[in-house]
Design a protein around this ligand. Structure first.
Ligand SMILES: [Fe+2]
Ligand SMILES: [Fe+2]
Length: 288
C-alpha cells in the first residue's frame, strides 16, 4: 500500500479526482482535445486488421525494385519491425502506473498497447513476406531485421526506451518523463519521420499493401502522440524544458541515417514543435 501512496503523490500528476485532471477553470485551453472517454470512439473508427492486408503483389514487386531503393526501404521497414516490438513491450509500465491514478487513462494506454501489437504484427509480416528476412519465428525475424537497423535507432529502442520504462516501473521517474521520451521523441519525431519517408517513397504504388498498412499505422500514431501531448498539457508540464524535448527529438529523428531525407526529418520535428506549441507548452513564436 505504501507503494500506492508513493505513486499517487507523484509530483508530475496532480492529485485529486480524475488523476491528471486540472481544475475546471483551467480547462479552456484544453478544448482542442477530445474528452478522455471519447478515445474509445476514436480507436473504434481506426480499427484495422494487419493479417488481412494483401502483401502478395508487394512480394512479387520487391525483387524488381532498384537496389538502392530496396536498401532504403529495408532500413525503414526493418527499423519499424524492431521499434514497434519495443514500444509494444515497454508500454506496460505506463498502464501499470496509470492504474493507480486514473482508470480511464489506464484504459487508453491499454488501447494504445493493442495498436502497438497490431503494428508489430504488420511489420513482422512485411519482414517475412516482402523483405523475406530469414527466420521461422517472430523472434528470429526480429534478430534478422536488427542487422539492417542503424545503431543509433537500436540505441533508442533497445537501450534508452527500456531504461526509461524500468525507471518508470521502479518509480524512479514519473509518468510524464516516460511520455516525453515515448510519445514525443520516439513516436512524435522518430516514427513520424520514418512513416513520412515510407509514405513518400511508396506514393507511386510500388508496394500497395505495405503502403496501406503504413497509412493505418500513421493514423494510429497520431492519436498516440495527441494523447501524449494531452498528458503533458493537463499536468501543466511547463518546467520541464520542452526545448530540451525538441532538441532530443531533433537528434533522435536523425537516427534513421540517410534512409530519411533531411527535409523529412525537419518535417517531423516541425510537426512535433507545433504539437507542443498548440498546448502552450512552447512559445508559438518558436513553433514556425
Ligand atoms: Fe506503433
Ligand atoms: Fe504508438
Amino acid at each position: 500500500m505504501a507503494q500506492d501512496n508513493k505513486m499517487i503523490v507523484d509530483p508530475y500528476i496532480p492529485a485529486g479526482a480524475g488523476g491528471l485532471s486540472v481544475p475546471v477553470a483551467d480547462r479552456s485551453e484544453l478544448s482542442i482535445f477530445p474528452r478522455l472517454s471519447t478515445y474509445s470512439q476514436i480507436v473504434a473508427k481506426l480499427q484495422w486488421e494487419p493479417t488481412s492486408i494483401d502483401l502478395a503483389a508487394d512480394a512479387r514487386a520487391w525483387p524488381e525494385l532498384p537496389l538502392e531503393r530496396r536498401r532504403r526501404l529495408t532500413t525503414l521497414l526493418a527499423g519499424f519491425r524492431v521499434a514497434e516490438d519495443a514500444v509494444a513491450e515497454h508500454l506496460t509500465p505506463f498502464a501499470d502506473v496509470a492504474e493507480h491514478v486514473d482508470t480511464m487513462m489506464m484504459w487508453i494506454f491499454f488501447l494504445q498497447r493493442r495498436d502497438e501489437d497490431r503494428h508489430a504484427l504488420f511489420f513482422d509480416r512485411v519482414a517475412a513476406e516482402v523483405l523475406q528476412l530469414p527466420g521461422d519465428t517472430p523472434a528470429e525475424r526480429r534478430a534478422a531485421a536488427r542487422e539492417h537497423v542503424p545503431p543509433a535507432l537500436l540505441e533508442l529502442f533497445e537501450v534508452r526506451l527500456p531504461a526509461a520504462a524500468a525507471d518508470l516501473a521502479a518509480q524512479r521517474t514519473g509518468i510524464l518523463d516516460g511520455v516525453r521520451l515515448y510519445h514525443m521523441v520516439l513516436e512524435g519525431a522518430v516514427f513520424t519521420a520514418g512513416q513520412r519517408a515510407l509514405l513518400d517513397d511508396l506514393a507511386d504504388g510500388a508496394l500497395p499493401g505495405v503502403r496501406e498498412g503504413v497509412e493505418h499505422v500513421e493514423l494510429d500514431e497520431r492519436w498516440h502522440v495527441g494523447f501524449g501531448v494531452r498528458c503533458l498539457t493537463e499536468a501543466q508540464d511547463r518546467e520541464t524544458l520542452l526545448d530540451h524535448v525538441l532538441a532530443r527529438a531533433t537528434q533522435a529523428a536523425a537516427a534513421w541515417g540517410d534512409a530519411v531525407p533531411a527535409a523529412t526529418r525537419e518535417f517531423a520535428v516541425t510537426l512535433c514543435r507545433r504539437r507542443l506549441s498548440i498546448t502552450g507548452l512552447v512559445e508559438a513564436s518558436t513553433a514556425a
